[in-house]
Design a protein around this ligand. Sequence first.
Ligand SMILES: [Zn+2]
Length: 85
Amino acid sequence: MNTVCQFCGNKNFTKKHVQYIYRRGGQILLFNNVPAEVCDYCGEEYFDSVNLKKIEHESEQILSSKKKSKRSIDVPVQEFTEIAQ
Ligand SMILES: [Zn+2]
């Protein structure tokens, strides 16, 4: 899929299944086991545009409550200002 990493110029990639984080406004949706090509040097992840369209479509369905996600998790949230002094 990729020949050169857009971030570091590295030419070696490894095919992996990774977690994709979809963000829209303040909402977040996680997709597990998404196929990606990962840059061996900087770790940048590259996704197939067909898969990204599927994720986009599925996210629209779930975030607009037309469909339920498989499961939900609690995510801890912290304010950086509390640790920045
Ligand atoms: Zn890279």
